[in-house]
Design a protein around this ligand. Sequence first.
Ligand SMILES: Nc1ncnc2c1ncn2[C@@H]1O[C@H](COP(=O)(O)OP(=O)(O)OP(=O)(O)O)[C@@H](O)[C@H]1O
Ligand SMILES: [Mg+2]
Length: 371
Amino acid sequence: MPEISIRSLTQTFGAARVLDDVSFTVPDGRFVTLLGPSGCGKTTTLMSIAGFQTPSHGIIRHGDRVLFDARQRRNVPAERRELGVVFQSYALWPHLTVAANVGFPLKVRRTDRAEIKRRVAEVLELVELSHRADAHPHELSGGQQQRVALARALAHGPTALLLDEPFSNLDAKLRDRARDWLGALHRDLGITTVFVTHDQTEALAMSDQILVMSGGRIVRAGPPLDVYRRPGSRFVAEFLGRCNFVTGIAHHVGGDVYVLEAPGLLGGVRFRADVTPGPGAVTLAVRPESLSVSEQVPGAAEPGWSGQVTHSTFLGESFLHTVQVGPQVLQASTPRPLTTGSVQVSVVDDAASPVSDEAEAFDKFAVAEIE
Ligand SMILES: Nc1ncnc2c1ncn2[C@@H]1O[C@H](COP(=O)(O)OP(=O)(O)OP(=O)(O)O)[C@@H](O)[C@H]1O
Ligand SMILES: [Mg+2]
């Protein structure tokens, strides 16, 4: 399946710059997610690739084909881009059966009837809905309707899939199932996929690469674990989940290792940095699960900082504690409840990473090379 490559995509509406020089590549067969808050430009990016929106500048390629080139005035119509698209609201035609909905893109392409029948049966089997071919959309659950929309997107044998928040209408449990199911389908088909969501859990769970967007720009790109652990900016850190920020002065230890000295944190926090931290205040991002918490035993000398738990919340899979350490307030999670209020806290090795206050635009072509 061919790759998708986007270069310098820019979209202006009057004075508003909704997409600002967006460049990225989705390699052959990979699953790449655009993640970001409402209004950051995710749908605009996807609709530009699909051909339902005309960008102001930029180039969009799919394999050897140039789908859009503003300078060359090239703009391949949506129906000739051979992409499968599921929109943010996956509107099915209410008066058509499941089979007719799924076969519609083939009918538009003047495919012959026997071929439509064969292909519809094939994709309905793929989405596990063969038994509902004659039902109407209102007779299906939300999750089933969403699978019909996906079957419709796959019917004409697209060479890439573009999915805009396809699970947004599902409740939490169904969403989980839909995620697992789409992940398995992607592994089976190996189809190049661009997925849009503002749900960080979804992005972390499903993607080969995550592109975090803010204000029409890509501000961080990388594999989920890397983006989660080394967010690079406060914005990305907070968008991907709960995070502590500890500010202090960094001292070089050797190689790429530094220690951050912050009020109340005796001995500081060791961290690694590719770029030498500045002489002023440095801020580290530390996830709650990256703090090791042990209950203080009177008289025992335990490593870490002494703190007081001021509040605990049960989250189902874990407990989240608010811990006062000197002037710092930290959030720490543990799998079990704590029995005392006095604790020792330390940062798990290599789990702190420096962040900037501003989310800067990420390097061009950032995801061109993916393993
Ligand atoms: N046709 C248009 N004319 C003017 N402004 C537009 C148009 N389409 C989108 N915008 C603006 O562009 C920005 C990005 O919109 P977009 O739909 O891409 O956001 P999004 O990231 O998909 O958000 P959401 O998570 O809410 O779906 C928004 O501020 C929106 O108001
Ligand atoms: Mg959107």
